[in-house]
Design a protein around this ligand. Structure first.
Ligand SMILES: Nc1ncnc2c1ncn2[C@@H]1O[C@H](COP(=O)(O)OP(=O)(O)OP(=O)(O)O)[C@@H](O)[C@H]1O
Length: 232
């Protein structure tokens, strides 16, 4: 088991956002986190990174309790985070954006990892280009490359296809499939595109109102569950 959450609750100030979360994730799995806007998917990612005001309960990662650790130490344990909206630095070059990720590396090396250049040939050929000039899909590749720079064991992806042109959505899906199935990277993926989620994931976690309301293998994700918890 790579990650296990037990009775985790998350708060912003006095407001409780997540209630009593428990789930386990094996190495190499892809789990999608599903639910309507505002149910707590981003908060789940931020809780794993230690970016909410407070959490209670336990978060175990790679055999270590991380629930009390500061964010940079969680990164060093091998957790890569790609926030919603990508948050790349438009005025910096592609190379600088990737290198920013590597500062959290456990081995202290600052370099553009081989994996980034082989996965993303466009980025490899445009390392000196200003990141702000890239298309949405290319910026998403850059956000993934930056997270890979820490050589993570797990990648948290918050709606990577959000705001991406429909014809590029499948391309990002393919990149994630390759990371998971060919390179064996464990993924936790918040995703609104149910088709993308079904295609990529082994398991699902359905959230409603800050709680896990259903979970299981992806082929147990019925249309009824989707209708009940995802349609507005
Ligand atoms: N910094 C914050 N302070 C207080 N409340 C917050 C904060 N961030 C989020 N919330 C609240 O927490 C709840 C869950 O938000 P969250 O962003 O986790 O949902 P989500 O499922 O990721 O939605 P979306 O798909 O819109 O990103 C919402 O009611 C939101 O208003």
């Amino acid at each position: 088991m790579l990650m296990q959450m037990s009775s985790m609750s998350a708060f912003y100030g006095k407001t409780q956002i997540l209630r009593d979360f428990s789930f386990a994730l094996d190495e190499g799995q892809c789990v999608c986190v599903l639910g309507r806007n505002g149910v707590g998917k981003t908060t789940l990612m931020r809780s794993i990174m230690g970016l909410t005001d407070r959490t209670t309960g336990q978060i175990e990662f790679a055999g270590r309790q991380i629930g009390e650790l500061p964010t940079h130490e969680r990164s060093r344990c091998g957790i890569g985070y790609i926030p919603q909206g990508r948050q790349i630095f438009g005025k910096l070059s592609v190379r600088e954006n990737i290198l920013l990720g590597s500062f959290a590396r456990a081995d202290g090396q600052v370099e553009v990892p081989e994996m980034c250049t082989s996965l993303f040939p466009y980025l490899a050929e445009n390392l000196e280009r200003r990141a702000g000039l890239l298309s949405g899909g290319q910026q998403q590749q850059l956000a993934i490359a930056r997270a890979l720079a820490v050589k993570p064991k797990v990648l948290l992806l918050d709606e990577p296809t959000d705001g991406i042109q429909p014809n590029i959505v499948a391309e990002i899906g393919e990149t994630l499939r390759m990371l998971n199935k060919e390179l064996g990277m464990t993924l936790i993926l918040a995703e609104q595109h149910i088709k993308v989620a079904r295609k990529l994931s082994d398991r699902f976690l359905m959230i409603d109102n800050g709680r896990v309301v259903a979970e299981g293998d992806i082929d147990e994700l019925t249309d009824e569950l989707v209708d009940e918890h995802m349609t507005v």
